[in-house]
Design a protein around this ligand. Structure first.
Ligand SMILES: [Zn+2]
Length: 164
């Protein structure tokens, strides 16, 4: 918790975690919903395939090296419309092995971590805005601006810069 706090006080890092986390979560949700109707495939040289379909990430590889060119395609999944898979599984055919990774497995930790960072950050900002130590909530009203917190020893929050 302490460490998380220190990282968060570095405003730039917390800014990136907050917004990258939110963006990644949104992308995952969009991808997940899109797989309700669509399939997306990337085929790479040497027989690797990445796919998005039916609530899953598919990571497939050919058992024999393939000479197929790189490809990207999107298609309606008319035959399995509205099917969502929730569990890990592995599919094997003669030529291909596919590992199916449910999208929620990536989405849940992303959402959880992002929500946590937003909350901690909002809490520290709230404390700072009422003149309290952002770390331990000690009332800094009677302290000099540059004095360390007598309660937890943390550095004072940066003084708001006056507009020139
Ligand atoms: Zn403090």
């Amino acid at each position: 918790m302490l460490y998380a706090y220190r990282v968060l006080r570095c405003a730039r890092i917390s800014f990136w975690i907050k917004w990258c986390g939110a963006l990644l979560a949104i992308l995952l949700i969009v991808a997940w919903l899109a797989t309700w109707q669509w399939r997306v495939w990337w085929r790479f040289q040497r027989g690797y395939e990445l796919g998005l379909c039916e609530g899953l990430f598919m990571v497939s590889y050919a058992s024999k090296p393939q000479a197929s060119p790189s490809l990207f395609w999107i298609e309606r999944n008319a035959d399995s419309f509205g099917t969502f898979f929730w569990r890990f599984s592995q599919g094997k055919s003669q030529d291909w092995t596919s590992n199916r990774i449910p999208i929620w497995v990536l989405l849940v930790p992303t959402l959880g971590m992002t929500a946590c960072v937003w909350r901690l950050d909002a809490k520290a900002r709230r404390r700072e805005s009422i003149g309290h130590c952002p770390k331990c909530n000690y009332n800094r009203m009677d302290l000099a601006v540059d004095e360390v917190c007598p309660e937890c020893g943390s550095q004072p929050p940066p003084a708001p810069t006056m507009p020139a």
